[in-house]
Design a protein around this ligand. Structure first.
Ligand code: XMP
Length: 492
């Protein structure tokens, strides 16, 4: 009944996730028995198969701590200076709670002019010289300032004196106990002598309320796992030095067509210079491309060309591949060398994740799915009454103007051609909430397939036990909600 993957993907068609459907198999275990632990690359284990894309509207320090706390990882983008990128890696690795706010610092001799001086923070922290690295003396709360409402008064006349703080390596439980013991509403986090951040009682309660599906991703250094992307230019070798100093755990060579002499040479350079560091190559969509990168020594392969929600590569350059076909084809060769595959782009629901992982991927990399979240960079705005955050392709003119053109090999070209667009995605709330729900749905998909782990799904596919079919246009319509006048889409 149905087709084997081998047969289905050998017919000359390029299939996307929506084109194909798995036939259910046999269930002999409960949903919660499904194990989603996996590997990002040869030597980087993860507890959940989710990776945040190296894009400047997705992965900065806040996304990195949140993804690591969930058991996944974020790859911090390189569309900024090497020192900025390294600072983001360091910031993520210096904290343990999945929180990142931007506290405001003032000296005691300073004044608070208006509530705007608090930024997004409920407190202004008072330090000796008004910087994060000088001695912590106390704080002013929004409420205290509102009561006073006098911009002439110097801070030392009404601030609360307190040097209470906890190390930024404290976890949520430790911070919770501290706040309860001291009956405090917040506590500053210290990284050596620097005030790194502050955590409020509300933050702690909010995070405690989220479902917990897996343990966080901790490296051998005892800190969160954090990845970063780099390019393949000479200057990227220096960028790598910065990232290594910041403690980066894995690097991704960020290119839309990874099978290039530049990338092969970069892989060899990194594997020679830093044999301990895992290097992920890509992007690739064919077995030939994958084989070249495997021969050069990559520890992981990123698969996808033009399948991303903001991508126009297939239209602009006439190259690429349907993502289901690409993931299956590349995985079918990569597994022989023990190289994990990252299915990158085109994920818009939990079913797509089930398909990507069953077709051979070890993780999925997501941009739009994670964009628009609390943890994504950028501020919320309103478009036609809908709360949104910006999400843009790294090959969009706007992003390339900021520096990301090397990914699209536009660095030597005088005329820049966009291979991506700028858009916006709806406010989705915190990844700490919606990723666990999404993965619970993925577990149910695995259960329907009779696969209790990623490895077992891969084995069932290769041993031809799992069967699939192509969905006709009408079957795709039937598989979605249809025939209703209206409905509310709510998954959890
Ligand atoms: P999703 O579908 O998750 O895709 O939003 C994210 C992935 O898309 C790739 N990417 C691009 N591809 N032009 C492209 O052709 C672009 O401007 C662009 N920006 C990102 C990238 O692989 C990312 O992980």
């Amino acid at each position: 009944d149905g087709f084997t993957a081998e047969k289905l993907f050998c017919q000359g068609y390029s299939y996307t996730y929506d084109d194909v459907i798995f036939l259910p198999h046999y269930i002999d275990f409960p949903t919660d028995a499904v194990q989603l632990a996996t590997r990002l690359s040869r030597n980087v284990p993860l507890n959940i198969p989710c990776v945040a894309s190296p894009m400047d509207t997705v992965s900065e320090a806040h996304m990195a701590v949140a993804m690591a706390a969930l058991g996944g990882i974020a790859i911090i983008h390189s569309n900024t200076t090497p020192s900025d990128q390294a600072a983001m890696v360091l910031s993520a690795k210096s904290r343990r709670v999945p929180i990142l706010s931007s506290p405001v610092f003032k000296p005691p001799s300073g004044r608070i002019e208006s509530l705007d001086d608090f930024g997004d923070s409920p407190y202004v922290l008072v330090t000796e010289s008004g910087t994060s690295t000088s001695k912590l003396l106390g704080y002013v709360s929004r409420l205290d300032w509102q009561r006073l409402n006098n911009k002439e008064v110097k801070i030392y006349d009404y601030m609360v004196n307190s040097s209470d703080s906890v190390p930024s390596s404290n976890d949520l439980g430790q911070i919770d106990s501290f706040l309860k013991e001291k009956k405090s509403n917040f506590v500053p986090l210290m990284n050596n002598d620097e005030v790194l951040d502050l955590v409020t009682k509300e933050d702690v309660e909010r995070i405690k309320g989220y479902p917990k599906l897996a343990a966080g991703s901790v490296g051998a250094d005892g800190k969160w796992l954090v990845g970063a992307s780099i390019g393949t230019r000479e200057s990227d070798k220096e960028r790598l030095e910065h990232l290594l100093k910041a403690g980066v755990n894995v690097v991704v060579l960020d290119s839309s067509q990874g099978n290039s002499i530049y990338q092969l040479e970069m892989i060899k350079y990194i594997k020679n210079s830093y044999p301990e560091l895992d290097v992920i190559g890509g992007n690739v969509v064919t077995m030939y491309q994958a084989d070249n990168l495997i021969q050069a020594g990559v520890d992981g392969l990123r698969v996808g060309m033009g399948s991303g929600s903001i991508c126009t590569t297939q239209e602009v350059c006439a190259v690429g591949r349907g993502q289901a076909t690409a993931v299956y084809k590349v995985s079918s060769i990569a597994y022989k060398s023990g190289v994990p595959v990252i299915a990158d782009g085109g994920i818009s629901n939990s079913g797509h994740i089930v398909k990507a992982l069953t077709l051979g991927a070890s993780t999925v990399m997501m941009g739009s799915f994670l964009a628009g979240s609390t943890e994504a960079p950028g501020a919320y705005e309103y478009q036609n009454g809908v709360r949104v955050k910006k999400y843009r392709g790294m090959g969009s003119l706007e992003a390339m103007t900021k520096g990301s053109d090397a990914r699209y090999l536009g660095d030597t070209a005088k005329l820049k051609i966009a291979q991506g667009v700028v858009g916006a995605v709806k406010d989705k709330g915190s990844v700490l909430k919606f990723v666990p729900y999404t993965l619970q749905a993925v577990k149910q998909g695995f259960q329907d397939l009779g696969a209790s782990s990623l490895q077992s799904a891969h084995d069932l596919l290769r041993s031809k036990v799992l069967r699939l079919e192509v969905r006709t246009g009408a079957a795709q319509v039937e598989g979605g909600v249809h025939g209703l006048v209206s409905y509310e889409k709510k998954s959890f």
